[in-house]
Write a protein of this length. Structure first.
Length: 275
């Protein structure tokens, strides 16, 4: 499977968006004049140095913060105007320790419409089967009755991905979800995330510092600068899917990560000189 045939319907659009805090001399521009379009079914990765506004874009798209100027559109309307199911996974899985893995994963079905209207009648039937199937897909078959403290970090992150996907989100936002894991576990979870995306095809926005991770998972990578944050380059990724760890050792993939790193370093140096 290739990503060269791209979805064409915009789900998210940032148009000349700026976010600033403070006033006058204390004014700090966090994100400056940023444009970004994410199409339905797309997998977009944001890369760049710390403090460049990657996570800020997630907050803008989810409506957690409001842009100082510019427009954030979701489904062609201003963010918040049209309901959209969002799934989120973070570097810390944040599972509730007093609940089983199954109940943690099922939590969005209890909260998010239209599933919450069916929760009482379906929690022991269709919803339970839905959870078990998703746990099996990520390699956690038979682990539903355990509690978070009984699982390893990698297993917890798998459960976190299940929780983010259980309610069939239209938009999945991933904020460094594999950053705290060892290299081998991280690579295993890349393959799992790729499989989840290929079978379920949510629209994904990934924040990561790992260029290798971005190249493995995304079909488009946006490079950002810091101080102030801004998208300065985009790169389409058309490696065949499913991708494997071996893909990351090919000359083409190595060239990609080298070019991305060079772009980030060049922007960082230019920012230092300007300062």
């Amino acid at each position: 499977m290739s990503d060269t045939i791209r979805p064409s319907t915009p789900l998210v659009s940032l148009q000349n968006v700026m976010l600033a805090y403070g006033t006058a001399q204390q004014r700090q521009v966090i994100l400056d004049e940023t444009d970004l379009t994410i199409n339905q079914g797309d997998f977009v990765a944001l890369v760049g140095p710390s403090g460049c506004g990657k996570s800020t874009i997630l907050k803008l798209v989810s409506g957690l913060v409001r842009a100082t100027s510019g427009v954030v559109l979701v489904k062609n309307r201003e963010v918040g105007a049209t309901p959209i199911r969002i799934g989120m996974a973070f570097q810390n899985p944040t599972l509730l320790p007093w609940l089983t893995i199954r109940d943690n994963v099922m939590m969005p079905l209890k909260i998010v419409p239209p599933f919450r209207q069916q929760f009482k009648t379906e929690r022991h039937r269709d919803f339970r089967h839905r959870v078990e199937a998703l746990l099996a897909q990520v390699g956690l078959a038979g682990q539903g009755d355990k509690h978070p403290w009984q699982l390893s970090g990698g297993m917890l992150q798998r459960a976190s991905l299940c929780r983010a996907l259980i309610h069939e989100p239209e938009l999945l936002m991933l904020d460094e979800p594999f950053g705290a894991l060892d290299q081998f576990t991280r690579e295993e979870l890349w393959s799992i995330m790729q499989d989840l995306w290929m079978t379920r095809r949510p629209t994904v926005l990934l924040v990561t510092h790992d260029l290798k991770e971005a190249g493995f998972l995304a079909n488009r990578i946006c490079v950002m600068r810091a101080k102030p944050g801004r998208i300065v380059a985009e790169r389409d990724i058309d490696f065949q899917r499913p991708r494997s760890v071996e893909t990351t050792f090919t000359p083409e993939f190595t060239t990609l990560t080298h070019d991305l790193r060079a772009a980030i370093v060049a922007v960082r140096n230019a920012t230092k000189e300007a300062a």
